[in-house]
Design a protein. Structure first.
Lengths: 123, 164
């Protein structure tokens, strides 16, 4: 076994450790938003490291794996952003530990403003 | 017509073509380039994605610096999450704060929001014009403004050299 393969295997191992920690975070975190925090970050770096390690073991796959890494890097944050946004939109409750929620403040402000003015403007 | 969009698109698509075909041989490159020109002519007559991007050498250097800063933050954020998940007390102190950005172009804002999502303890919940609503896992109630500007400035100082 060559050195580069051993390095690749170690990087893949590190990636899977991050993935395990991310899943543990999904179980332990108190509410949806903190779960997204754990899920997004750990899964992004975990997937990147796993793919990169695989690329070191099979060097001729590297180009395609880099494309996969770029896709993960671009799409993962967007999906978590959309999840959090829609969850906040349908008023998913936040955990009791939450200290401030500026977005909720803004939304209540908007609704009270809308109630004061003509409600047909909303349409 | 603005030549910047087709040029950027050409470079990105060519990079993807080379990575996919995994060779630099001319008999692969030339058909690829022809296809890319065809795609740009057919689908990108009115592209506006890269309108805000600057094309100075300084912007190029900042892009490289930005990539390394970003990767460093990504690794830091994973150790941060790992520490929180593994500690028995589960030290979370979450909240949603707002922050204002100076970036104007949609692409610059998107990259800023994505970077915030992938960095220690923060992610973007909503963007409303120049205001970003950021969920943070560890907030400091007394210094909310300091915190939001710190989160934003970490990337904005590089991005404002690259995008308008």
């Amino acid at each position: 076994m060559e050195t580069i393969e051993i390095i690749g295997a170690l990087i893949t191992l590190a990636g899977s450790i991050f993935l395990v920690l991310g899943s543990l975070g999904l179980v332990r975190m108190p509410d949806l938003y903190t779960r997204i925090q754990a899920g997004t970050k750990a899964s992004t770096l975990g997937t990147i490291l796993t793919l990169f390690g695989l690329g070191l073991i099979h060097l001729d796959w590297m180009g395609k794996l880099i494309i996969l890494i770029l896709f993960v890097l671009l799409t993962n944050p967007i999906s978590s952003h959309i999840l959090a946004r829609s969850a906040h939109y349908i008023k998913t409750p936040v955990s009791k530990l939450t200290k401030v929620d500026k977005l909720k403040d803004k939304e209540t402000e908007k609704t009270s403003e809308a109630n004061h003015t003509n409600p047909e403007d909303e349409l | 017509m603005n030549l910047k969009n087709p040029a950027f698109l050409f470079a990105i698509l060519l990079l993807f073509w080379i990575l996919l075909s995994n060779t630099l041989a001319l008999e692969f490159l030339i058909p690829g380039m022809l296809l890319i020109v065809l795609i740009i002519v057919l689908f990108c007559r009115n592209c506006k994605i890269f309108d805000g991007a600057k094309t100075t050498p300084k912007a190029f250097i900042y892009t490289l610096v930005y990539i390394f800063v970003f990767l460093g933050e990504l690794i830091k954020s994973n150790f941060d999450i790992a520490r929180r998940v593994l500690s028995p007390k589960l030290p979370v102190n979450p909240g949603i704060i707002e922050a204002k950005t100076k970036l104007k172009s949609p692409m610059g804002r998107m990259i800023l929001a994505n970077s915030i999502t992938l960095t220690p303890g923060t992610f973007t919940v909503e963007i409303d014009n120049d205001t970003l609503y950021i969920h943070s896992i560890d907030i400091d109630e007394e210094h909310l403004d300091d915190m939001s500007s710190k989160i934003i400035r970490r990337f904005e100082k590089y991005l404002e050299e690259i995008y308008d």
